[in-house]
Design a protein around this ligand. Structure first.
Ligand SMILES: NC(=O)c1ccc[n+]([C@@H]2O[C@H](COP(=O)([O-])OP(=O)(O)OC[C@H]3O[C@@H](n4cnc5c(N)ncnc54)[C@H](OP(=O)(O)O)[C@@H]3O)[C@@H](O)[C@H]2O)c1
Length: 250
């Protein structure tokens, strides 16, 4: 990780769960981290607990709003000049059965945050990397085991479809960067169940105990995976890293 000391990382969804754990680990490893989320105050609270060599800034942004994302990356450019690493971690879970009982707003939110938000942030980060001559950056998408398999996941097949989309967006971006002869790396990290606020969103209405007793990872387990992926030598690209709790049944 030494080559990243003092370099700039943007972590979306840094106000809770996996994103917060990643932001903390990057700061611990000496990076200057910009946490982006709607609950900016939660990121500020985390920053106050960190006494490490790096630094954590909080920038309020709704990643589903292109204007917010453009302004947030403008803040990064104005204050920190560039970005070296983007971790696309912002995400939501919404119950949306395909049989017609789903709420249209849930469908819209899933697409706007999990697909468009990730793409908006990637576009802005790459633009800034190119403008400032960063050709050894790294873009990491938080995918999921549901991005590679069609699990029995009633009410969450839109979520499943979008995460499959993240798999395509990872490989598509890798191929486009290769065509540009860029050395920027792209990685998808695909967790199984992780103990975060999002788990409640995956419970089927009326079956609130459906995930009880299932093995779960902790957010730090995923942050450790990010450190491994970033720590690889410049010629090594981890395209996909799946991290499941031992004993996961689906
Ligand atoms: N937990 C799991 O079991 C699991 C498994 C596989 C993959 N994942 C993936 O891991 C990622 C992180 O999830 P998590 O489990 O850490 O969930 P979490 O604790 O609920 O965190 C989600 C984060 O996304 C942010 N976010 C949500 N909507 C946003 C928006 N419109 N604009 C900006 N930020 C937004 C939230 O911040 P604000 O609310 O402050 O905006 C929060 O920081 C997601 O992509 C998720 O799909 C999670």
């Amino acid at each position: 990780m030494d080559r990243w000391i003092g370099k700039i990382a943007v972590v979306t969804g840094a106000s809770s769960g996996i994103g917060a754990a990643i932001a903390k680990q990057l700061v611990k490893n000496g990076m200057i981290v910009v946490g982006m989320a709607r609950r900016e105050e939660k990121i500020k609270d985390i920053a106050e607990t960190l006494a490490e060599k790096g630094k954590l800034y909080a920038v309020k942004a709704d990643v589903s709003q292109e204007k917010d994302v453009v302004e947030a990356f403008q803040w990064v450019k104005n204050n920190l000049k560039t970005v070296n690493v983007l971790i696309n971690c912002a995400g939501i879970g919404r119950y949306y059965p395909l049989t017609g009982e789903g709420k249209a707003e849930h469908l819209q939110q899933l697409l706007n945050v999990n697909a468009l938000g990730l793409t908006n942030c990637t576009t802005q980060a790459l633009k800034l990397m190119k403008e400032t001559g960063v050709d050894d950056g790294h873009i990491i998408h938080l995918n999921s085991v549901v991005g590679h398999n069609i699990l029995t996941f009633t009410g969450h097949y839109i979520h499943t479809a979008i995460k499959h989309g993240v798999t395509v967006l990872t490989e598509g971006l890798r191929r486009e960067l290769v065509l540009e002869k860029s050395k920027i790396k792209v990685t998808s990290i695909s967790p199984g169940l992780v103990n975060t606020e999002m788990v409640d969103d995956f419970k089927t209405p009326g079956m609130e105990d459906s995930l009880d007793g299932m093995p779960m990872l902790e957010p730090k387990d995923i942050a450790d995976g990010v450190i491994y992926v970033l720590g690889t030598p410049p010629h090594v690209q981890i395209q996909e890293l799946t991290i499941r709790p031992v004993g996961e049944q689906f």
